[in-house]
Design a binder for this molecule. Structure first.
Ligand code: GAP
Length: 481
């Protein structure tokens, strides 16, 4: 059964807005569907996730380099990549409500309802049937499945459906002032193609030898028809992708390697193993001969966070054919020219953000020693990813305490993000820092003036201890490893 916690998910969305992590885009105009802005702490968290991925993929691997390619690309790119012809989702419209559904979402939603009503067998059967029909691209069969089980529209409640049709997900725009068809270009739906078209530029200039990888982080755009669930499915989002170029025939071995490597990165951030699983694709994208999702147990159920795809030589061969330029590698070890095969790792930065936020979010209640109740909302971020690492809080605004606090910040800010706060009681300031996920707060008090020690408070245990000012920096740095 699909376990979801919609209340927790709603609470996370509200918290993200209230504490400056994520805002609806152009909110003063009532927002724009499935587009979001990151606030002060959201953009720090996002940057820390991006940096961790970048460092893992480039610094930690001798044979991977990064690039930063443009969002706009020559329109033939998307013809060659198959996106013009194949990057579409099967959709169905309800004739009464005019509401449009992605067919897999409609069927999965129906299956969830059945599972909740205890009809697990029906739920499993319709999903299995759907997978088969999607794999066979059988649009008429999908409609028959929807009608056979009388799957209703959530708005009209009727089963008055149109035929199933394919809708392309790419956004297009015009280059230059003439609205002629030849000027039509696309907003990239994946960053990967910027890597493929630069394969030879990078291989030659960075003197790379196969096997080697090219990594990139950047925006991607998809006109998701059913875009919901907050930042899980957006129309403008950021991807962190790596294409690993290999000798043909070695793809199975490298696919297994990258599956393991990528899972290791997730676990190295401190997320629990039992909240992850692999999900093999039955319906493969047009470019892949094998594909697996790394799924995480979000409050909205098990969902994909990252994909590992064995893309064969599809992309490079196709670009070679469409551009008329050779995209081959001479392998001195076997004395042969070939079009390399590719293993891709592709993770959504926003989705990783949601994973981090939803796993960190906790509402806690406890009874104090005097018998009274207390509570807090805390974001238990891994210290490495936390937007603010250290809050420095002078007990009062006078007696030289703010000056000492500022000196501590001056000493630490080169190494990690510090935050100064002198307003409100210490208790209130701790609560606010818990809500922002700050792992450490230090309080500067009158004793500090005498012995250069401060109270350091640990976010997760709420334990406090007295430590020398001189030890703060190392203590925080050690937690970020
Ligand atoms: N280059 C391969 C590729 O783009 P994908 O499975 O379509 O593969 C890879 O996307 C990752 O990008 C997904 O695992 C997900 O994390 C993220 N992603 C895809 N569509 C998204 C969307 N509409 N909003 C947010 N993230 C998305």
């Amino acid at each position: 059964m699909v376990v979801t916690d919609q209340n927790k998910f709603q609470a996370i969305i509200s918290h993200a807005k209230e504490y400056g992590f994520v805002f609806p885009s152009s909110e003063i105009y009532d927002g724009l569907s499935a587009v979001y802005d990151y606030g002060p702490w959201g953009s720090e968290l996002k940057k820390n996730i991006r940096d961790s991925w970048w460092s893992e993929m480039t610094r930690m691997h001798d044979n991977i380099v990064g690039i930063d390619s443009a969002i706009f690309m020559h329109p033939t790119t998307w013809k060659a990549s198959g996106h013009v012809d194949n990057f579409s989702d099967p959709m169905i419209d309800n004739k009464d409500s005019k509401k449009r559904y992605r067919v897999d979402h409609l069927i999965e939603g129906f299956a969830d309802e059945q599972a909740k009503a205890g009809k697990q067998e029906v739920a499993e059967h319709v999903v299995a049937e759907m997978d088969k029909l999607l794999a066979a691209n059988d649009l008429a069969g999908l409609k028959m499945l929807i009608e056979e089980y009388k799957m209703p529209c959530q708005v009209s409640g009727t089963v008055n459906w149109t035929d199933v049709r394919q809708f392309n997900l790419m956004f297009s725009t015009q280059l230059g002032s003439l609205a002629e068809e030849s000027d039509q270009i696309y907003l990239r739906p994946e960053t990967a193609q910027g890597i493929f078209v630069n394969f030879l530029n990078v291989q030659k200039t960075a003197r790379m030898k196969i096997p080697f990888g090219i990594a990139q982080v950047g925006k991607a755009f998809r006109n998701e028809i059913v875009a919901r669930q907050f930042i899980f499915r957006m129309r403008e989002f950021e991807q962190m992708e790596m294409q690993f170029f290999i000798r043909p025939g070695s793809q199975k071995e490298w696919y297994a390697y990258w599956k393991e490597e990528r899972m290791k990165w997730h676990l190295s951030l401190g997320f629990p193993k039992d909240m992850y699983r692999f999900h093999d694709h039955t319906k493969l994208a047009h470019y892949a001969d094998a594909a697996v999702d790394i799924e995480f147990q979000f409050p909205i159920g098990w969902k994909e966070v990252e994909g590992i795809h064995s893309r064969t030589d599809f992309d490079l061969s196709s670009h070679q054919q469409f551009s008329g330029k050779k995209l081959q590698y001479f392998d001195p070890e076997i004395n042969q020219n070939y079009v390399p095969y590719v293993i891709e790792t592709s993770i959504g930065l926003d989705r990783m953000f949601l994973l981090t936020l939803s796993h960190a979010y906790a509402e806690e209640k406890w009874t104090k020693e005097d018998g009274s109740e207390d509570s807090r909302t805390v974001l238990r971020f891994p210290a490495k990813l936390a937007p603010i690492k250290l809050a420095v809080l002078p007990l009062t605004k006078k007696d030289g305490l703010p000056e000492i606090a500022r000196d501590i910040i001056k000493d630490c800010r080169q190494d990690f993000y510090c935050f100064y706060e002198e307003k409100d009681s210490i208790g209130k300031r701790y609560r606010r820092m818990d809500a922002l996920g700050t792992p450490f707060c230090v309080t500067v008090d009158h004793q500090t003036k005498e012995d250069s020690t401060v109270t350091i408070r640990h976010r997760d245990s709420m334990q406090q201890e007295r430590v020398p000012i001189a030890s703060i920096k190392e203590l925080v740095r050690a937690s970020m490893k």
